[in-house]
Design a protein around this ligand. Structure first.
Ligand SMILES: [Zn+2]
Ligand SMILES: [Zn+2]
Length: 328
C-alpha cells in the first residue's frame, strides 16, 4: 500500500493555504487535514496527525510538494488535544519545528492524564451510568508523545494572519483559526460536514460541555467568513448553514433524550438504548463496544445540559446514577 493509502493528493487551496491529508489507518474518517498556511516569518501547520510512521511520511511528502522540509515549518498550531491532531507534535519538535502552540485548557487535560489512570476513571464513570465495558487493550495511547507546548494561545490572539477563536465543547480548549487573508475559518473538529462532531461527558465533573459547544457554535455561526476548512473531510463553503444544521441536530437530540425520561428515571445507558445512532440510525445494541461508550458519553452530555437548564435531575442511587424529569 502506498504511504498515502489511496487518499487524495496534497491540494493547493489558493491564498497560500495547502491541504495535506494525513492518514488515520483503520479509522472510518480515513484522514485528518494538516493545513499549511504561508506567513511572512515562515509557514504554519494547523494540526499534525497522530504519531505513526505513515503519518510522518505523508506529512514529509506534502511539505516537499510545497518545497519544504519538516524543519521549515515555523510553528505548529494544534486545534485540540486529541491524538489525531496533536499526536505527532513531539516528533515535529524533535525534527526542528521551533514552536508548538495550543490552548491552556487542552494542555491541562494532557498533563492531568499523566497523573491518573484515565481508562479506569472512564470505565468506572460509564459503569455508574449503566454501561459495563470489558477493559481491553487498545493502542491509542501509543499514538502520541506528551510534548509541552512552547506557547499557549488565548482567545482572540493573533498569530500572523490567523486569529484564534476559543470554541470549547468538543474539547475544553478547542480552537478555531480565522484567516484574515482568505476570510476562511479553520474549524478543527468543532464544525465538520457531514460528520456530527462528538461532544461527550466522559468524567464526573462540574462542566456542561454541550452548553459550551452550542455557545461555540453560535460564535462561529456569527463569523463573517467565506468558507470552512475542517480537520476531517473536505472544505465546504457555507459555514453558517452547517452551524444551523448542527444546532438543529442538537435540539432534536435533546428532545429525544427528554422524551426517553417520560416514563420515569433511567440510567444514561438506558436512555442511549432508546435512541438511534450514527448516520445510518443504528440501534444501540448493534453498535461496537467503543461506539457504545461514545453514545453513552454523548447522552450524558445531553442529560447534564438538561440538568443545567433545570428540566432534568440527577439521582445518585447506590447501584447507579439515574436521571429524571423535574417538574417546575
Ligand atoms: Zn477531536
Ligand atoms: Zn479529529
Amino acid at each position: 500500500m502506498s504511504i498515502l493509502q489511496g487518499l487524495p493528493p496534497t491540494t493547493d487551496l489558493g491564498d497560500g493555504i495547502t491541504q495535506i491529508r494525513l492518514p488515520m489507518a483503520g479509522n472510518p474518517m480515513r484522514y485528518i487535514n494538516g493545513y499549511l498556511v504561508e506567513n511572512d516569518d515562515g509557514p504554519a501547520l494547523i494540526d499534525c496527525g497522530w504519531k505513526a510512521d505513515d503519518v510522518f511520511a505523508a506529512l514529509e511528502a506534502g511539505l516537499a510538494s510545497c518545497g519544504y522540509a519538516i524543519r521549515d515549518v515555523r510553528r505548529l498550531l494544534v486545534t485540540h488535544f486529541h491524538m489525531d491532531h496533536y499526536g505527532l507534535a513531539g516528533r515535529l519538535l524533535a525534527a526542528g519545528v521551533p514552536e508548538m502552540a495550543m490552548h491552556a485548557q487542552d494542555w491541562e487535560v494532557l498533563e492531568e492524564r499523566e497523573q491518573i489512570d484515565e481508562d479506569a476513571v472512564i470505565d468506572a464513570w460509564l459503569a455508574r451510568n449503566g454501561l459495563h465495558v470489558e477493559p481491553e487493550d487498545d493502542d491509542q495511547y501509543q499514538r502520541y508523545d506528551l510534548a509541552k507546548p512552547t506557547r499557549l494561545i488565548e482567545d482572540g490572539e493573533k498569530i500572523g494572519r490567523l486569529r484564534a477563536l476559543w470554541t470549547p465543547g468538543h474539547s475544553p480548549g478547542h480552537l478555531c483559526f480565522v484567516d484574515a487573508v482568505s476570510g476562511r475559518t479553520f474549524t478543527g473538529d468543532h464544525v465538520l460536514d457531514p460528520v456530527t462532531p462528538h461532544v461527550g461527558l466522559w468524567v464526573d465533573v462540574e462542566r456542561d460541555p454541550l452548553g459550551e459547544y452550542v455557545r461555540s457554535l453560535h460564535a462561529v455561526g456569527a463569523l463573517e467568513t467565506s468558507g470552512a476548512l475542517p480537520a476531517h473531510g473536505e472544505a465546504f463553503p457555507d459555514l453558517a448553514r452547517r452551524v444551523e444544521e448542527l444546532l438543529a441536530h442538537e435540539a432534536t437530540r435533546e428532545a429525544a433524550v427528554l422524551h426517553a425520561l417520560d416514563d420515569g428515571p433511567r440510567t444514561a445507558a438506558e436512555v442511549a438504548a432508546m435512541l438511534r445512532w450514527r448516520a445510518r440510525g443504528d440501534r444501540f445494541d448493534d453498535l461496537p463496544s467503543a461506539y457504545q461508550q461514545f453514545a453513552v458519553a454523548e447522552t450524558l452530555a445531553h442529560l447534564e445540559h438538561l440538568r443545567e437548564g433545570g428540566t432534568v435531575g440527577r439521582r445518585d442511587d447506590a447501584d447507579a446514577i439515574r436521571w429524571e424529569r423535574v417538574s417546575r
